[in-house]
Design a protein. Structure first.
Length: 421
């Protein structure tokens, strides 16, 4: 039995295997032959695994098969629910997973187990409902259900998604105290929690703990640590700290030692390569952002060339935007504009974030003429993903206000309803 509760190696996987099995079930029903729940569970497991090829189709078919079971008086068991919930929880069907959790609590003779609770907590995390995920963890412990690394990892991941990095670290300590050993995925979730909170020291400490325990460090964990460095660099550059009412804060993460964070990010990138872990777009984007926040535009461009070069992972729109922003913050507006054009040549359509990064670069460089051209291009695009927002308006007004020559009438900026234009 796999961790989701399904059966592995049942011989019915494949593009059409589970569909053929459903047809056989229908024929059995027409002949008044009643298959057991184990056969249904095997087919359900196969259907949800097909989601990598056609996710929604497989999940829809599995949910439909559950209804068929009930209509044919085949009683679902905990494995049935676990298979479906585990498949739905990390997707946009997370609400359906929670509905199944309600259903299992009403199903006579079916008791949720640690796999069920893990799936429900993943669903809460996917939906950003951190407090409900943590409440469910308390329910599990109050009921005396034996906890495991998967359960705690789901709780820590929910904290990561909800900006609760401190609680994530508390849970890491708690599971160790209970004799539950964190695995690579657990640590990756904890590093992500620290990364999302910009807590770079804590993130690096966790990486050190993984090395000490010979736990493989994944690309996800490295990316989260680099992201933490990038966020700290941006915060230090801005000279302030934003605090969300729903997130943790820690005054120990003072800015007095936040210099040269880009070097730490580049060092992590080097270590990844030395360990044979291929950096992806997230790795490079985080490192470029750290470089850009500290005015290291040349290093950002070097990373961009590495992405685009032979053996590179290829530059996406987010990477281009990070490079444009890095150049813009350093007064390199011409390079920012060149990157913007290269982005289009590479077949990538700039979104509003990319446009705004370029607009900021032009404002900082006092290039009101170019800024107005970009403004006009955004307004005439006809795309809702490109239409100007408050950031765009602020930049164009700032650019025109700083311009020494506004007699041509370029200052008559009109913001139309919806920004379309």
């Amino acid at each position: 039995r796999g961790r989701s509760g399904g059966n592995n190696g049942n011989g019915i996987d494949g593009d059409n295997g589970w569909e053929r099995c459903v047809a056989i079930l229908d024929e059995m029903h027409s002949r008044s032959i009643v298959p057991g729940v184990k056969l249904y569970n095997s087919i359900l497991s196969s259907a949800v695994r097909s989601r990598n090829r056609n996710r929604h189709r497989g999940l829809d078919a599995a949910a439909s098969l559950l209804k068929t079971m009930r209509n044919r008086n085949v009683k679902p068991d905990v494995v049935t629910y676990n298979v479906l919930m585990s498949a739905m929880a990390p997707t946009d069907r997370w609400r359906d997973a929670l509905k199944l959790m309600d259903a299992i609590n009403r199903e006579p003779g079916v008791d949720p187990d640690v796999i069920t609770y893990t799936a429900a907590m993943r669903a809460y995390g996917r939906g950003g409902q951190v407090d409900k995920a943590l409440s469910l963890l308390r329910v599990v412990k109050d009921k005396g259900v034996r906890t495991d690394a998967y359960l705690y990892t789901s709780a820590i991941d929910a904290c990561a998604k909800g900006g609760r990095w401190r609680k994530a670290l508390d849970l890491l300590d708690e599971m160790r105290a209970e004799g539950v050993h964190p695995n690579a995925v657990t640590y990756g979730a904890a590093v992500s929690a620290c990364g999302n909170g910009g807590r770079w020291r804590r993130a690096l400490e966790l990486l050190d703990q993984m090395r000490e325990q010979d736990i493989p460090i994944t690309a996800v964990a490295y990316n989260a640590a680099i992201s933490a460095l990038a966020k700290a660099a941006k915060r230090a550059k801005g000279g302030g700290r934003t605090r969300s009412p729903s997130s943790d804060s820690d005054e120990e993460e003072a800015a007095d030692d936040d210099g040269d964070l880009y070097l730490r990010a580049l060092d992590l990138l080097r270590i990844m390569k030395d360990e044979g872990i291929a950096p992806d777009a997230y790795t490079y984007t985080g490192a470029m952002s750290a470089c850009g926040s500290e005015g290291r535009w040349r290093e950002s461009l070097d990373l961009m060339e590495e992405m685009r070069g032979p053996g590179g992972c290829g530059a996406n729109g987010i990477a281009y935007t990070a490079a444009i922003a890095a150049c813009g913050r350093s007064g390199q507006w011409e390079r920012a504009l060149s990157l913007f054009d290269d982005m289009k040549v590479d077949g990538l359509r700039p979104d509003r974030v990319a446009y705004n990064a370029l607009m900021t670069a032009l404002r900082l460089a006092d290039r009101a003429d170019k800024a107005y051209e970009i403004w006009d291009e955004m307004r005439s695009s006809g795309s809702s993903s490109v239409s100007p927002d408050i950031i765009t308006v602020t930049d164009i007004i700032g650019a025109l206000d700083r311009s020494s020559s506004s007699s041509s009438g370029e200052g008559d900026v009109v913001v139309e309803e919806g920004g379309g234009g």
